[in-house]
Design a protein around this ligand. Structure first.
Ligand code: XMP
Ligand code: MG
Length: 183
């Protein structure tokens, strides 16, 4: 679905399909250079990271394996609480593995900082993070994010995997959701 197909629900088109494609290609070149000769495990966080994972993994010119986790931050609506529950764990044993977490968005960073310590406790060789989007709030938590696609304003965005109430995930780009949709 195109952003223009739901233009009534958006206040702004933030990132086009083409901008995402070209930025993911840049990230892939950096990742290939950093991980050449390494057996990388990409860990995608369901469901938001599905699109980033699919496009990033196919863009990479090095072999990788992929696994998935589903977590839920307790708390409702559009705010994360930092209390995290595992809904689906990895199938992969992380001991000695080189892990790259693939995320759609970092907002408060609470979910990710929990995930980082959880994965780090499993004895991996390393755990790094690649996120397509990052909001300014994220600067307040001390996590080192190795690859960031776009720094975006502190607004609720949808598309390219990101949802509101499970909708808009299949948009090809990212847009700012009109507050009228959720108030
Ligand atoms: P924290 O705050 O823990 O939250 O970094 C990360 C998770 O919150 C969701 N999130 C969003 N989802 N549009 C969305 O569709 C947004 O603007 C947004 N901000 C945060 C998302 O699930 C993310 O993984
Ligand atoms: Mg997410």
């Amino acid at each position: 679905m195109e952003l223009t197909d739901v233009s009534d629900d958006l206040t702004e088109i933030l990132i086009s399909e083409e901008q995402i494609r070209s930025r993911i290609a840049e990230l892939a070149r950096a990742i290939e250079a950093d991980y050449a000769g390494t057996d990388v495990l990409l860990v995608g966080v369901l469901k938001g990271a599905v699109m980033v994972m699919a496009d990033l993994a196919r863009e990479l010119k090095i072999p990788v394996t992929m696994d998935w986790m589903a977590v839920s931050s307790y708390g409702s609506g559009t705010q994360s609480s930092g209390v995290v529950r595992i809904l689906k764990d990895l199938d992969t044993d992380l001991s000695g593995r080189t892990v790259l977490i693939v995320e759609d968005i970092i907002d408060s960073g609470l979910t990710l900082s929990w995930l980082l310590s959880n994965l780090n406790s499993r004895g991996p060789a390393s755990v790094e993070i690649c996120t397509l989007l990052r909001k300014p709030e994220a600067a307040r938590v001390d996590i080192d994010v190795k690859y960031v696609g776009f720094e975006i304003p502190n607004r609720f965005v949808v598309g390219y995997g990101l949802d509101y109430d499970e909708k808009y995930r299949n948009l090809r780009g990212v847009g700012i959701l009109s507050p009228g949709v959720y108030t």
